[in-house]
Ligand binder design. Structure first.
Ligand code: NAD
Length: 355
């Protein structure tokens, strides 16, 4: 039964308290089945049914279903889609903008800082052969083996030049990765056509004018772009062919930025040496994905770079919930991802409080 209370569709809970928070604020809540631990969302028809007549959609990242035109047009009064996390790639943002719906997100340091730390951990895990050494000692009971030799990263006074790390996308996470790696005294290059020269200079990061230029010189290639039409499959066979045979790919951004089939081929043919992936093209990973059985060339983790004690989703929930309440009060929310929608939104909703 419709009520006169504003309706929230929570497509993926950030914590157990989420529904009660909005009910206490005077809202009616329709609850999807996904949550922060399990991002598998309701099937598309159910998403549409739950979004019927909603004024706000809110949640963490989801897989398998998208917030597309069908979901958005299930309600004529939808005014905000609020994400508790950084990425908004499961939302058809162009359609939201066209319809005058605001999309907000939560790029909290707790989230992106955690991803940067994890990226560095992945690099070091691969370069220092952490898994291999641990397993060698525990499983064989043997001692040194030169096949377990790691990589020295930094420049040395004796003339050793150190390695080069190539960062694709010098935004929040790419920037933090460069700052974390700076004290290791290695060469850091980055490719990001949308960032000013001054930002590169301030970080002491060398600007590469082309992606190919970065791929040719990097010993580690680390992906930190947002997923857009332009960045989908930005690393495919042609790009792997530009990389060093000894290079390692790290992807903590979004799976589809890398053409996974081409990556599998590049690893099989030893075109590149390894890959550490927190994100995959299809999540959760399918049991027959060849990456699962590719020995230590491949390190996989279940999209958990931002899951950390002392950080994680908490601050993102605060931002996301507050953005929803502001929008329901007819006030402009703070963390807008699609400011192009704002003038249309103002005409439709500004000053019209539902609370
Ligand atoms: P951001 O928006 O701050 O930075 C992204 C950067 O990519 C921007 O500087 C942008 O200019 C650049 N970029 C866009 N298109 C590009 C292109 N074609 N070539 C080169 N650079 C391009 O985003 P962020 O907060 O740093 O997040 C980076 C990525 O990490 C996003 O994909 C985000 O979804 C992902 N992420 C993953 C996790 C996880 O759990 N693994 C958590 C948070 C964020």
């Amino acid at each position: 039964m419709p009520t006169d209370r504003p309706k929230i569709f929570m497509f993926a809970r950030g914590n157990e308290e989420g529904p009660a928070f909005f009910e206490a604020a005077g809202c009616e809540v329709a609850l999807g089945s996904a949550d922060w631990a399990n991002p598998t969302a309701d099937p598309p028809e159910r998403m549409v049914a739950l979004a019927r007549d909603a004024d706000a959609l809110v949640g963490t990242s989801i897989k398998n279903s998208r917030i597309d035109r069908d979901v958005m047009t299930a309600s004529e009064t939808l005014r905000i889609i609020s994400k508790y996390t950084v990425g908004v790639d499961e939302i058809d943002v162009d359609t939201a903008t066209e319809l005058g719906i605001l999309v907000t997100h939560a790029p909290t340091e707790a989230n992106w800082g955690g991803v940067a730390e994890y990226t560095v951990t992945l690099m070091l895990t691969m370069l220092k052969k952490m898994r291999e050494r641990d397993r060698w000692v525990k499983e064989t009971g043997a001692w040194r083996d030169l096949a377990l030799t790691g990589t020295y990263l930094g420049r040395r006074e004796d003339g050793y030049g150190g390695i080069t790390i190539g960062i694709i996308g010098l935004g929040r996470i790419g920037t933090r990765v460069s700052k974390l790696m700076r004290p290791w005294d290695l060469r850091i290059v980055a490719y990001d056509p949308y960032v000013a020269d001054a930002h590169f200079a301030e970080l002491g990061v060398e600007r590469m004018r082309t992606l190919d230029g970065l791929l040719e010189v990097s010993d580690v290639v680390s992906v930190h772009v947002t997923l857009t039409k332009e960045t989908r499959h930005m690393l495919s066979a042609a790009q792997f062919n530009k990389m060093k045979h000894s290079a390692v790919l790290v992807n903590t951004a979004r799976g589809p930025a890398v053409d996974e089939e081409a990556l599998i081929d590049a690893l099989r043919t030893q075109r590149i040496a390894g890959a550490a992936l927190d994100v995959m093209e299809h999540e959760p990973v399918s049991p027959d994905n060849p990456l699962l059985v590719m020995d230590d060339r491949v390190f996989l983790s279940p999209h958990m770079a931002a899951h950390n004690h002392g950080a994680g989703i908490g601050p993102g929930i605060v931002w996301g919930n507050e953005d929803v309440l502001r929008a329901l009060r007819g006030q402009v929310p703070e963390h807008i991802f699609n400011p192009e929608a704002l003038s249309r939104w103002r005409e439709r909703f500004e000053g019209r409080s539902l609370l």
